[in-house]
Write a protein that binds this ligand. Sequence first.
Ligand code: TXA
Ligand code: MG
Length: 344
Amino acid sequence: MKTRYLSADDPKTPEIAAQILQKGGLVAIPTETVYGLGANGLDEHAVAKIFEAKGRPQDNPLILHVAEAADMEKFCHSIPEAAWLLAEKFWPGPLTMVLPAKPTVPRRTTAGLSTVAVRCPDCAVTRQIIRLAGVPVAAPSANISGKPSTTTAQHVLHDHDGRIDMIVDGGSCRVGVESTIVDLTEERPRLLRPGGITPEQLLQVLGDLIVDKAVTAQIDQDAVVKAPGMKYKHYAPQSEVVIVAGSREKAAAYIHRCFVPGDRVLCFEEELPLYESFAPLAYGREADVNTLSAGLFAALRELDDPAVRKVYARCPEGGGVAYAVQNRLKKAAAFQIVDAEVEV
Ligand code: TXA
Ligand code: MG
């Protein structure tokens, strides 16, 4: 198949994309977090094509993207007051809520769960496409399963050229890591995945938040978990990734001791001079964590090269958006972290 590639600025784009979705096709859509691989979320056959194109495990449910908060009622029941409050405060935006699903949502979309994840993305062209299509758009991140997420239309083209109907090029994604996911189906709200809406922001509205263990540790493949996607190895380049924690100087000393040809250093812009002879790759500025979240996946994709042996990565500290960057990098590193302060 020929993949159509259109700019988000082209006035024809929303209508063409909406028609493809209505006919059961696949359209890669820009969002503020990452690019999604979209299909009509109410059409089982269309949804099945997403799993096939991505090579996604069948037990991993999809997020339904809606154009406005009021649409939650079409696909969810028993919506708590907290969901409306969060929608009012953070939608459109990088927040996904897990709620009880109505029977109108096919089992393929929810992977057989009784709940469904919903999100209203902060991207005008994508909301326009959803409105014109007249259906919610089920969309996982557009990367091939297990690979770093897609934050530019070129990333999507690289993974899916000739295999999907259309790509809408809306430029680089502003946030760069996938949405925050919060489960509101239990007595206490539970953070399933950190993202652009921070735990601190959620707490301000909810007054309470449990952090699921899948956020902070490696989960067994056969474990029963709240967010099935969190147990898979994610976001990872082919080579081994090791996070080097500790001060700038101690980390540089450790990496200089261990580095051999074929290795790469993934660091902050501020640290580039420390690794001059190693062709280091910076993914953003430590002083501005938003540049780190925006640049992380493009950098991990660049390092996804069979010639790379091992990646030594520097990771920001602290809460807020740094918490989401830590989560993605730790997963890419399969939670391998060395502390340069104690290593000799
Ligand atoms: O920012 C985003 O959320 C992007 C853009 C395209 O919107 N989408 C995205 O989708 O990251 P995906 O499929 O890569 O990640 C969705 C995550 C998976 O870990 C999945 O297991 C979880 O959401 N999920 C989906 N439905 C769920 C449900 N009903 N209960 C718990 N977790 C769910
Ligand atoms: Mg994904």
